[in-house]
Structure formats: structure tokens, C-alpha cells
Design a protein. Structure first.
Lengths: 288, 295, 263
């Protein structure tokens, strides 16, 4: 984990509680209950949990889109209530949607100007972002005709445009095909390498697994588990061993040695590829 | 990137996007309809006397201008905010360093720019037709006078004066300004309503209702201020209505401007000031409603 | 919730503060003749819901134009009662537009009155009465219009014409022409007043008529009708010969198609 003593954490959430009042006579709904979490600068933090567990509410509170009923949230030490706290954040909402009358490029220029960018710099940066997200061909097409995946990528381009130090991604892989989500995963890895802090939510556990330094699991508005991914998912008393081209004789030998030393042989067999990897291998175009 | 808590450039960006959005929604198609109405009104009813023909042209054109501006003010404003919210475009905008009041201001300015531009275009089209019609009417009338053998300089001067008063004057454009001011107040009002309304339809209906009552607010207010009132409930009711609605009648000078009454700089100032008061007030209330709105 | 209460407070406060400002603005704009007094209850009843709402919504001029067009159609149908009532609405909607008053009275005093007078289907006794009633209606309309527009020369002129041509009351006609002259300073109307006074049957009017026409004569306005009328009046008033105007008519060129000299 990078050194975090010199600068304030990228995100802090302290005792956040959010209650939604829903009209007269109806029961109030507690979306988030006394939640505390910290995302250190430079790390990739995954917030996972089932639908309705309070992930999105937490994100909105961090971004100042909702005001907390109790507790407080900060970004790089600035309270989320202050507009200025949003200078260093890029946000990709779940299923983002943009003004459909604007073209891809116009959309990026619009968001760039909102971040006080202008002129050549903005033009260049917008083109660069389109290239990064593979939308160069769609630069002059109206957003109204974009596919879901393209919208997702445009959302990402929009979030990265002003070179934020923190990127918040809400369900970035929802509704995106495996090749697309692979790409997003690669991008997140790229952010990490360039020192950008990432806060990502997902209800698809697999996808988050590979990229996150730390993970928080939410359920019913509370944090249930939190910690380093390796620590969380490691089964402490089990060990995996993967061999290639091992003969049955060799396996029998290893098993005998293991059992003679007091270990319990649980299972052996052929490694299975994941369905995802199979999908990617069979749909990938042959490199020629 | 240094952050400033108030940035005209950001507001302009939001306003420009609003204008683009509305223009690409083909709202300006109304302009074409307007031109057809004006030309039709300009050349229909040739049987009437020349002055009456010009008056009718102005009545119909300005009626269309008013309807255009009020409808656009209500509908486009009512569409904007709920739509951004429904589409979650608002999330991406407000997660940028954009204060919420700048967002509101940008939207309102966008709508006003659109209405203003529309009114200017329609004013130009209308002025052209009126000028054409006026020249034609004048020529016809002079010819008629000559044929009857009564084309004295006196009669000609009188005719010129009549047609001149009913024809194209700078004053007419001040009438268009009054229409714009009224539309600004209605747009600000709709924006305020859309800050707490739950749907576009609700905003449109309530704005329309307040607009209609607003035109009669003068009557209600005078009823409240009139002496010798003893029905306390009626008085309270009229007071409440007068308080919650704007007096849109203040901007209805057009009828008399069509009739040739002159708008002095002071009168124009009174109207601008009144409109500014409403718009500022409604924006302030909108801000209070929107600043902590849960998105 | 706190913000909503703040918003409501500001809204109501603004509402209360704005009342006197609205009152002052309305007062000023009415003074500048840019706003007209609100529509009266009786008119509201005769307008119908939709037209009333539209006329409130700043479309009064347009609604007036529409009722005017309807009156026009009723004129073509020769339905005088309907013409009158539609013009009544039209003039109430836009009382400051002189043309509505003018046309309304013209329809009554000239078109309707004559139409009744020459209608063979009606009892001759009744025809005369209807003629008089409609001429009177025309006069009433103009007088009402003059309450709104006391300085509108064209309304005074129309009133003068009704008195002169329909009622044959030259003295009243002359007074009206003098009003036109007072407002427009057009000498022509002073002469018209003179001619009308000359038509009256009393000496006092003749003196007034002579003074007016002599003034025109002295200003070198000497069309044949002025000279004829002056000579006529001098005879009737027994003016001493030395005070009379010279016998010989001054030479003047009359262009075809023009009436009277230019001023």
C-alpha cells in the first residue's frame, strides 16, 4: 500500500447514515447504516454487495449528490458538501446517459468545459480520451445512436478527461460483454499503475477480484467484511498446486508423500478454464 | 485547474448545451408555422379599411409571438430538469466541480436565449411583412384617393399619419421586449416548480395554471386592496392568491402598443425591473429547493 | 426539510413584498396609457370563458380583432342587433382604439338607420322611429368613445357628420367641428364649423359662422363656397356695405380633383 501519511486519504466515509423519508405515513428507509471506510491514495478499492445493499447511496454521498442524514464523507480531505471536492474526481455512473443530441466529441468538450478546461488543450485531451476508449470513429456521431457499451466507454472517457486523482466507477461492467469488461479491467490496472486511486462497486464478484487491493462487502446498508482481497478469500488451511504435464505416477507419488506427512488430500483433477476465458478465447480474432 | 465558486464560462457552457438541446429537439419549427400565420394574416381580409388590415396583421402576429414565448417558456423549462434527472445526466454534470446554482442559472439562461433568439427572428419576419403590407396599403389608398379626386395634401398627410401609426415603428419592438420579459418570468417560475415537482406533466400543468392566474392577478390584488371588504375568508383567499402568483398583467402593454401608444424609457425600465424582481426571487427559491435536493 | 421551509418562507416573503411593487408598476403603466383597466364584470359575462381567459392573457387585442371580424360578418348578414352587441364587446376590449368606436357608430347611424328607413317590409311609422333610434345609438357610441378618447379628432369629426347629415342639427355639428379644430388646428374644420353655423336658424349662430368664415377669408382662404356663404350671411345679418367683403371674386385657379385651396 502506498505511503499515506503525507497526504489525506483519497476518500473517507465516517459513520455515514442515510435515511430516505418516503412521504407522509410511509416508513422511512435506511439505505446506509453507520458506515465507515477509508480509501488510501493510489489503491483500488472494491465495494461489493448485492443490489440494494447501499453501495450506490454511499457513492452518491461521497460525490455530494446526496446529503448524509448523519456522518460525513471527504475526498482528499475536502468535505463532499463543498463543490471544490469534486475537482479531483471522475465519476462513471451505472448505465451512464448523456445528452443524446450531442456527438461523442461534443459530449467530452461539454464536460471538459465544466471542469474549466478550454481551447486546444481540451480538444487534444478529448481526442486522446476518445482514442483511449476506442471511440474515435464515433467522435462525430450523435450519442443517441450509441450502444450500451459505447455509452459506458464514453462515460469512462468523460470521467478521465480532466485527469482526476480519484476515479469512482459504479458498476462499470454491468451490461457489458466479457471483452468489454476485460478492457475495463485492463484500464483499471492502468490507472493503478499511474497512481490514480480507484473506487469501484460491483455485484459481480469475479470481475472485481483481479484488480482490487482491498475490498469491502456491504449488505443491508452495513459493511460486513473489509480487508485485503488476498486475506479475505484465502482459505487458510488449504493450498493449491497446479502442475502441467504431470503423469499419473507422479501424482500418486506426491499424494503418498503428502499423506505420509499428515496432510489431507482433498481433490485432484484437470484444471478447468473459466467460462469467461473460454468465451474470450473463442471470440478473439486470430492474430495474423 | 483552479476551482472558482462562480464561473461565467461554466454557466455559458450549460446554457449553450441547453440551447443546442432545444434547437436539436426541433422546437424552432414553430418559427416556420409563425411565418405562415404572419403572411396569411398579412394578406387576408383585403376588404377592410387599410388601418384595420394593419392592425389585424399586428394582432395576429403578436398573438402568435405571445403564445410561442409562453409555451416554450413553460414546456422547455419543465422538460429540462426532470429529464436530466431521469436520464441521470445530472449525475455526471454535478459530479464535476459545478455548483448547483450554476446548473440552474445555465438552464434558465439557455431557455431565455432560445426564446430571445426566437422572438428576434420572428420580429424580423413580422417587421418585413408589416413594412411590405404598409407600403402596399399606402400605395393603394393614395391611388384610391386620386381616383376619387380627393387627393389633397391634407388628406394625404392624414393618410400617412394613420398608416404610419399603425405601421412599423421602433415602438413595436419594445412590445416584443415586454413579451420577452413575461416569458422570462414564466420560465423562472417553471424552473422553480420543476425543482420540487416529481414529473414533467406536473410542472407543465402547475406552471400553466399559475400563468393563467398570473394574468388575472391584478384583478385579485385590486380586490384585496379595495376598501370596504368584510368577508374575511374571501379577503384571505385573494391575498394568498395574490402572494403566490406573479402579476403577469404588468407586461401586457402590447395591446396598447399595437394601438400606437409609446413606451417611454422609464416605462420600459419599470417592466424590466419588475421582471428582474420576479426572476431573481424565483431563482433564489429554486436554489434553496435544489441545493440539497436528493438526486 | 430545513431547506424546503426556508424556500417556502422566502417565497411567501417575496410574495408579500412584491404586492406594493406590482401595484406601483401597474399604476405607472396605466398612467402611461400602456395598460388598460381590467375588464368589467358585465363584459366578462358576454365574452365566454375561453375568450375571457385569452383576453386576460395579453391577447385582448387579438380577441378584439376576432369579435370585430364577427361583427363584420354579421354586417354582411344585415343582422344589426348582433353587429351592435359584437361591436360593444370589441370597443370594451379595446376602448382606446378609436377605429372601433368610429366604425360601430357608422354602422348604427348610417348603415342600420338607412337600412331600416328604406325597408319596405316595415310599417312606415315604425321605420322613422327605427331610423331615429339607430342614429341616436350611433351618437351614443361616439359619446361613450369620447369619454375614453376626448382628444381624438376623428371621433369628433364623425359626431359632427352625424349631426350634420343624419340629425340635421347644424349647431351641434358646428360645435363638434370646432372640437376637431381645437385638437388638430386644421383650419378646414374651422370653416366646416362656419358653414354649419350658417345653416342654423338663429342670428347668434350666423354671427359665429360669419366670424369663423371671415377669419378664413382674412387668412387668404377664399374658395368660392367661403365667399358665397359670407355674402349670404352679410345679407342675412344686414352688414353695413363698408364692412362687407369686396364683390369681385378673387381670381383663383382650381385644379381638377382638388377641393379648396391649400394651406
Amino acid at each position: 500500500m502506498p505511503d499515506s501519511t503525507s497526504s489525506p486519504p483519497a476518500v473517507t466515509v465516517e459513520n455515514l447514515t442515510k435515511v430516505f423519508k418516503s412521504g407522509l405515513g410511509k416508513q422511512a428507509f435506511v439505505a446506509v447504516r453507520d458506515l465507515t471506510l477509508t480509501v488510501q491514495t493510489g489503491e483500488v478499492y472494491g465495494l461489493i454487495g448485492p443490489n440494494g445493499s447501499g453501495k450506490s447511496t454511499t457513492m452518491k454521498a461521497i460525490l455530494g449528490l446526496l446529503s448524509p442524514t448523519m456522518g460525513k464523507t471527504t475526498i482528499f480531505g475536502k468535505s463532499s458538501i463543498e463543490v471544490e471536492s469534486r475537482s479531483d474526481v471522475g465519476f462513471l455512473p451505472e448505465n451512464p446517459y448523456f445528452y443524446k443530441h450531442l456527438s461523442g466529441l461534443e459530449t467530452l468538450l461539454f464536460y471538459g468545459r465544466l471542469c474549466s478546461m478550454s481551447g486546444r488543450d481540451l480538444q487534444d485531451k478529448a481526442r486522446e480520451m476518445l482514442a483511449l476508449t476506442g471511440l474515435e470513429d464515433a467522435a462525430d456521431r450523435r450519442v443517441g445512436g450509441f450502444s450500451k457499451g459505447m455509452l459506458q466507454r464514453l462515460g469512462l472517457a468523460q470521467a478521465l478527461l480532466h485527469e482526476p486523482r480519484l476515479i469512482i466507477l459504479d458498476e462499470p461492467t454491468a451490461g457489458v460483454d466479457p471483452a468489454g469488461s476485460r478492457k475495463i479491467r485492463d484500464l483499471i490496472m492502468g490507472f493503478k499503475e499511474s497512481g490514480i486511486t480507484v473506487l469501484v462497486t460491483s455485484h459481480l464478484l469475479e470481475q472485481i477480484q483481479e484488480v482490487c487491493d482491498r475490498v469491502g462487502i456491504m449488505a443491508h446498508g452495513r459493511m460486513v467484511r473489509e480487508g485485503r482481497l488476498d486475506d479475505l478469500i484465502a482459505v487458510e488451511n488449504e493450498t493449491e498446486l497446479i502442475l502441467a504435464d504431470a503423469s499419473p505416477e507422479l501424482l500418486a507419488e506426491i499424494r503418498a508423500i503428502a499423506e505420509s506427512k499428515g496432510a489431507k488430500w482433498i481433490r485432484s483433477g484437470h484444471s478447468r478454464t473459466t467460462l469467461e476465458r473460454l468465451f474470450l478465447e473463442s471470440t478473439e480474432e486470430p492474430k495474423s | 485547474m483552479k476551482y472558482h465558486s462562480f464561473s461565467p464560462a461554466r454557466i455559458w457552457t450549460l446554457a449553450a448545451a441547453t440551447v443546442t438541446q432545444l434547437v436539436r429537439m426541433k422546437i424552432m419549427a414553430f418559427l416556420v408555422v409563425f411565418c405562415v400565420i404572419v403572411v396569411a394574416a398579412g394578406f387576408a381580409f383585403p376588404v377592410m379599411n387599410p388601418e384595420q388590415q394593419l392592425k389585424l396583421l399586428k394582432d395576429v402576429s403578436f398573438g402568435a409571438l405571445q403564445i410561442f414565448s409562453v409555451v416554450i417558456a413553460i414546456v422547455s423549462t419543465a422538460l429540462l430538469l426532470p429529464r436530466d434527472l431521469e436520464d441521470r445526466t445530472l449525475y455526471t454534470i454535478l459530479s464535476k466541480p459545478v455548483p448547483r446554482y450554476e446548473y440552474l442559472l445555465g438552464k434558465l439562461i439557455g431557455v431565455l436565449l432560445l426564446i430571445g433568439a426566437g422572438l428576434v427572428l420572428m420580429d424580423i419576419a413580422f417587421s418585413a411583412v408589416l413594412w411590405l403590407r404598409q407600403s402596399l396599403v399606402l400605395a393603394q389608398s393614395i391611388a384610391a384617393l386620386k381616383q376619387e379626386g380627393v387627393a389633397t395634401p391634407e388628406a394625404l398627410a392624414q393618410l400617412n399619419e394613420f398608416v404610419g401609426k399603425q405601421g412599423l415603428t421602433w415602438n413595436i419592438h419594445l412590445g416584443v421586449l415586454a413579451i420577452f420579459l413575461k416569458a422570462s418570468v414564466i420560465a423562472a417560475l417553471s424552473l422553480m416548480i420543476s425543482c420540487f415537482a416529481s414529473s414533467t406533466l406536473f410542472t407543465v400543468v402547475i406552471s400553466l395554471l399559475v400563468t393563467i392566474i398570473g394574468h388575472g392577478q391584478g384583478l385579485i390584488r385590486e380586490y384585496f386592496f379595495s376598501e370596504g371588504m368584510n368577508q374575511i375568508m374571501k379577503k384571505l383567499g385573494s391575498a394568498l392568491l395574490a402572494i403566490i402568483t406573479p402579476d403577469l398583467g404588468v407586461f401586457d402593454v402590447l395591446d396598447n402598443v399595437i394601438n400606437g401608444e409609446l413606451v417611454s424609457a422609464f416605462s420600459a425600465g419599470v417592466m424590466v425591473g419588475t421582471a428582474a424582481m420576479y426572476v431573481t426571487g424565483y431563482l433564489l427559491v429554486s436554489h434553496l429547493l435544489f441545493v440539497e435536493k436528493e438526486l | 426539510m430545513k431547506r424546503q421551509i426556508q424556500a417556502l418562507t422566502v417565497f411567501l416573503l417575496l410574495g408579500a413584498i412584491k404586492l406594493p411593487i406590482e401595484e406601483a408598476a401597474t399604476h405607472h403603466l396605466r398612467g402611461a396609457k400602456l395598460l388598460t383597466k381590467p375588464i368589467s364584470v358585465s363584459l366578462r359575462e358576454s365574452l365566454g370563458q375561453a375568450s375571457f381567459a385569452a383576453s386576460l392573457g395579453g391577447l385582448r387585442s387579438l380577441v378584439a380583432s376576432i369579435t370585430y371580424l364577427r361583427a363584420y360578418r354579421e354586417w354582411e348578414n344585415i343582422n344589426w342587433a348582433k353587429v351592435d352587441s359584437l361591436f360593444q364587446i370589441t370597443t370594451r376590449l379595446q376602448p382606446t382604439y378609436f377605429n372601433y368606436w368610429d366604425e360601430a357608430s357608422w354602422h348604427m347611424a348610417f348603415n342600420a338607420a338607412s337600412s331600416y328607413l328604406y325597408n319596405q317590409d316595415i310599417n312606415p311609422m315604425l321605420r322613422g322611429k327605427l331610423y331615429e333610434e339607430h342614429v341616436q345609438r350611433g351618437i351614443d357610441i361616439l359619446k361613450e368613445g369620447l369619454l375614453f378618447l376626448p382628444d381624438e379628432p376623428r371621433l369628433w369629426n364623425s359626431l359632427a357628420e352625424i349631426y350634420a347629415r343624419r340629425v340635421h342639427d347644424p349647431k351641434k355639428a358646428a360645435e363638434c367641428y370646432l372640437e376637431v379644430f381645437r385638437i388638430s388646428h386644421n383650419d378646414r374644420y374651422s370653416r366646416f364649423a362656419g358653414y354649419q353655423f350658417a345653416q342654423a336658424s338663429d342670428r347668434e349662430s350666423w354671427v359665429k359662422g360669419y366670424e369663423l368664415l371671415k377669419r378664413a377669408y382674412d387668412k387668404e382662404q377664399r374658395p368660392p363656397s367661403v365667399i358665397d356663404e359670407l355674402k349670404n350671411l352679410e345679407d342675412r345679418l344686414n352688414t353695413p356695405p363698408q364692412q362687407r367683403i369686396p364683390d369681385a371674386r378673387p381670381k383663383m385657379e382650381i385644379n381638377h380633383g382638388e377641393v379648396g385651396p391649400t394651406q
